[in-house]
Design a protein around this ligand. Structure first.
Ligand code: ATP
Length: 298
């Protein structure tokens, strides 16, 4: 029997207008429980506005948000946690004191020892919040988002500004949180982060969802071609196969093939030396750029 998945969060025909600006323009989304859902989009796409509506921080101009099939209430809001991009922390408090202060706001909050262990904070429990590195601060903000034992956690660009080690460390914690059965809604500008963490990804642009699916589904639908490159000298004196589009980049000729086997056979049939061949599979960034364009938005 296939596992039944229930919808934890449903956005129905959400719009938000600021005067003439349609920041969010008729968005429908269903987020199944227990997944990590990623929302991507260029600057100004409407992600923050949409997520703030989902979080209950902003009211939509139109539409409704359902949590587990029902309109949200103060009680359902308490089952959600939010990690904001920036949160003011009291600088005279330690990590442990900050966690305890937030924990006191809830009757049935998290066990602070478990939470500190989960977010790798135990060793810095006594450190003042002013003395934390970027990664440590993000781990504390993540712990604060979990202090009420939420079923649904919103993470708004959680790893912005972190170095690769700190980012991978945060990803490992997010995976641990997911393995506890919690649902995660993540906004990010890092394609690698979305590919690494998200089961389903929605791409938003100009207030609308323009694509939605797993990474594989998005690749198949929006970026089906694979790149094959060989050094320019390896093509010397050979005719380019007409049905294999190509361009030169960084000293190599890059061919775009809709079928890798066929592309390789065409190159071999045309006598190209493939000994220094490289294959460039499409990735989420290619999907993102194909869908949202490559021009800088001002
Ligand atoms: P970024 O990735 O840069 O954070 P975003 O995808 O989160 O962008 P939003 O911040 O939701 O985008 O903004 C969407 C659009 O709505 C933008 O054109 C923005 O200028 C506009 N907007 C957002 N908030 C307001 C506001 N309070 N008043 C007027 N316009 C706003």
């Amino acid at each position: 029997m296939p596992r039944q998945t229930s919808t934890i969060l449903q956005l129905r025909q959400i719009s938000k207008h600021y005067g003439e600006v349609r920041a969010v323009d008729g968005v429908d989304l269903e987020i199944p429980a227990g997944i990590c859902f990623g929302l991507l989009g260029p600057n100004g796409a409407g992600k923050t506005t949409l997520i703030e509506i989902a979080e209950g921080i902003q009211a939509p101009t139109q539409g409704e948000v359902l949590f587990q099939g029902a309109a949200r209430t103060a009680a359902t809001n308490a089952r959600m946690g939010i990690m904001f991009q920036s949160t003011a922390l009291l600088d005279f408090m330690s990590v442990a004191e900050t966690l305890a202060a937030f924990r006191r706001l809830y009757d049935h909050g998290a066990d602070l020892e478990d939470l500190s262990a989960l977010c790798h904070l135990s060793e810095i429990a006594g450190r003042r919040t002013t003395d934390l590195s970027g990664g440590q601060r993000q781990r504390l903000l993540l712990a604060l988002a979990l202090v009420n034992r939420p079923e649904l956690v919103f993470l708004d660009e959680p790893s912005t500004g972190l170095d690769p080690q700190a980012r991978h460390n945060l990803w490992a914690i997010i995976e641990d949180i997911k393995s506890q059965g919690k649902t995660i809604v993540l906004t990010t500008h890092y394609m690698e982060e979305a590919e690494h963490l998200c089961d389903t990804i929605a791409i938003m642009d100009r207030g609308r969802i323009i694509a939605n699916g797993t990474v594989d589904q998005l690749l198949k639908a929006h970026c089906p071609e694979v790149g094959i490159s060989i050094p320019i000298p390896a093509t010397a004196g050979r005719a380019m196969p007409p049905d294999l589009p190509s361009h030169e980049h960084n000293g190599r000729v890059k061919f775009l093939a809709s079928d890798l086997n066929r592309g390789l056979n065409l190159l071999l049939a045309n006598g190209f030396d493939l000994s220094e061949l490289q294959v460039h599979p499409p990735n989420l960034e290619s999907v993102f750029l194909n869908l949202t364009g490559r021009h800088l938005r001002e």
